[in-house]
Design a protein around this ligand. Sequence first.
Ligand code: ADP
Ligand code: MG
Length: 700
Amino acid sequence: MLCRWSGLLRGARALLLLRAGCPSAVSSRPCRALRSPASPGLGWVSARACSTRAAHTHEEPPPSPPPRTLVSHPESVPGSASRHEFQADTKKLLDIVARSLYSEKEVFIRELISNGSDALEKLRHKLMSEGKTLPDLEIHLETDAQKGTISIQDTGIGMNQEELLSNLGTIAKSGSKAFLDMLQNQGEATSKIIGQFGVGFYSAFMVADRVEVFSQAAESGNPGCCWRSDGSGTFEISEASGVQTGTKIILYLKEDCKEFASEERVKEVITKYSNFIGYPLYLNGQRINTLQALWMMEPKDIGDWQHKEFYRFIAQAYDEPRYILHYKTDAPLNIRSIFYVPEVKPSMFDVSRELGSSVALYSRKVLILTKAADILPKWLRFLRGVVDSEDVPLNLSRELLQESHLIRKLRNVLQQRLIKFFIDQSKKDPQKYAKFFEDYGLFMREGIVTIAEQDVKEDIAKLLRYESSALPAGQLTSLPEYASRMSAGSRNIYYLCAPNRHLAEHSPYFEAMKKKDAEVLFCYEQFDELTLLHLREFDKKKLMSVETDIVVDHYKEEKFEENRPAEECLSSQDAEDLLAWMRNVLGPRVTAIKVTPRLDTHPAMITVLEMGAARHLLRMQQLAKTSEERAQILQPTLEINTGHALIKKLHQLRTSEPELAQMLLDQIYDNAMIAAGLNDDPRPVVTRLNELLTRMLEKH
Ligand code: ADP
Ligand code: MG
């Protein structure tokens, strides 16, 4: 029997998943900043003026920054150049970088901006440790559609000839990594410079057939220099004049990549990947990155308006977040994250989306994926926000992301933290949580049904809320609260699924349960039953539907005291005769018929082992059309109340008016099926019911 239901559960689960599987129409459109860039105007402004936004924390958003361009320093290469071969295998690696590492060519912009940002960070660190004042630290991009070029310039640390040779001549060489080692040797704080991204610079050759790098090291005594290559095996290095401190990279775009000489296109890419870079970023003089990377800030420094603005950007939404979790940790992983629960109720579309999480994944403020599907378990896909972890390498591909041990670990840590967050919220403001559960409870139920590990199921189950027979209507309770009310020695958590409280309280099963004097949770939602069947236990207590409990008691042959006077019930001989007659009339529609002492107001009830699973099977597979077919699957027992007037009358009628008695029994049987929720279409019963009513009125 139990085997039969495990197949059934699989069927029900498959259906749940199938329902969730409608094709997604989520747009892959890149994010767009809601805030428009600066209005034209003033020219030079200190970059630090732009970084004062944090000071506006809890009040109004500050005005947008004005436009600015770097003074043009036309670089030139007066002398001769030295020619160098790329190191062994470089050409092969260049091919790999260009073709297979990144699925989207546009990420070269992200790579070069990241390098610029690293170079600025290095300079800032150097000057601060020398006690010097900081110059304007910024990054400028310029597009020239006519020439088909894009250039990226930073005012950072720059490179001298040897550095150009070693940093850009060897793919495996990571200058940032070497710098990091250097800092570590000196025992200084290094957390801001990681850059172990390996092949970043070479992504330029995905879109350019010629790349020029002009660099002026910040360290005095170094001449400006130029690095040039077509990426085909050799590069040239020469001295250059007119080079501003820092690095300028000019890409001569390939014929089919000219889109990156268009301001619009480049702006789109910057907004998507590099909107949260810590230094001011300009495109053709216009400030682009106006949003701060809130997740890196201290929670207390973040104003409501900043969360609202950021939420709207990241979620592409127009409402406000109802819950905000700002979570930072360094162990077991580096995590800087913010999660938002949208104020608006999720639509059916959100519920059925199969794609997984739509939280963005960043590594040190640089976007890796706008929708990192695997960063959270699927049931948490209603969350919006960002996860930044410097442990995640920038060049991790989507495929690797799925498999990654690191991502799995990240997912588990985040899931635990989020569950704890919601539990805390439910204690802090139960009413607000109740509304949240009403809107988002389906996701939690899905989590319990779809996740395999019992301990995780039970963790999610702490978020469930139900009405209870022990509490007034409208008051919700949780499984841990139920457990805390259980009397010593009881091992079951009882629940009853019904469309609403009235039907639950008047159900024959609840009536039968009353004699046990145990608290019963009332479950009104469609998937509650499936959820609790999958959960099976909570905190070592068995989750038991009251319908199943009745059957289990029968198996244990537990006797209930009949507390009605014997004369109010049929005698045992009469009852036996009646049962025999009923078996005959009902035939294959029942597997067994019994007398129950548990009912008061109901004449009869149907019991089935694993009633919840049975209901799902019938509802979903629609395979049982007739009562006989249904009974074959359910193997129902009809339990009768021999103290009920209808049953007593039935006993009289079966000899005096056999035809009417049969009609009455059919009706009692159908009513019991309906009360059990096993007959979803009671229309066929109506004709007989009318016939019975007519007969009754004939006597008047
Ligand atoms: P990574 O950034 O992971 O080190 P890249 O291939 O992106 O790898 O860059 C290689 C190295 O070239 C960097 O580590 C850095 O030393 C040097 N580099 C690249 N771009 C710049 C820049 N704009 N300013 C200074 N150094 C740079
Ligand atoms: Mg890099």
